[in-house]
Design a protein around this ligand. Sequence first.
Ligand code: BGC
Length: 329
Amino acid sequence: MNTNSKLLLYTFCSVFFLISVVGMFIYGYKAFYIEPEQVVSKSYPYHFALIAEETDNDYWRLIEKGAKQTAQENGVYLEYVAPKKADNSKLLKLLDRMISAKVDGIITQGIEGQRFIELVHKGIERGIPIITVDTDVENSERDVYVGTNNFFAGELTGKTIIENTKGPQYVGIVTGRFDAINQQERIAGFKHAIESTDRIHIIDSKESNITEIGATQAAYSLLKQYPKINVLIGTSALDGIGIVDGIKEYLPNKDIYITAFDVLPETLDLVRKGLIDATIAQYPKEMGAKSVEIMVGLQTKKLLDQQKYIGTKIIQKHDLVDPPGGVKR
Ligand code: BGC
């Protein structure tokens, strides 16, 4: 081999070697690089987690909105996490993961059962303040509960039916989930309120799985199964909207007294149109904001007040259309 051919061979081998090394790095990086779960800039003094019942639920998005606004005002990094669809065991896993991630504070929906109590204990033992939002678990070691007094809110549902109906009332309940504590408390409050009269009777209850379509199906099957039902109550945010659809489909001409929960725009619209008779207001944006505000405080001191109730009230058509007493929020 002459010198020129040798040079050519060496050059070729070197270029080939170089390309292989570069290729190996690029491939190796792509194959083995794991996206970090979140990038928290060092400039944030605190990193809080907000664990919601379900990612894309309008009600939880409002809690997130209030929380994020207050977080921003306080320079806090707020991470919003939730199961895609409501699921207690998935939520508990998220809670465990946030404890392991050693965030500075956890704001979470309260969940039924011993596992939640154990996890809250674990978090508190590791020095992570925990706030329950929307749904409380009073016998856990959570620092504070921020949200509606759900028993009282359930009583309001009963009160409005007592005040606005005459004669015997047969009630079908459309509830978010049987295993959600706030739903149980609302129904308990409702039952307590109607104890004062003997003309209101609960016929049956069905779950909506906190979806509008679920509420439509629940209302439809309640009405089909029990023709004497003349009151339908919804105990979670999308239930009222779903109930109205269920009635439209099955008994468009029957006069049914309907109560809903929450003040999502579509629910208020239906109240305005007289298709929902009353709704029980909750203020999720305020819940989110207050939880973050309290969580910032908990970073430096314990709180004596362990319950921060955000107001609730009955809203009917005249509250929305009669000036000046409309819904201000
Ligand atoms: C409840 C929440 C629930 C939501 C569902 C609200 O009334 O307070 O716990 O996630 O309804 O849409």
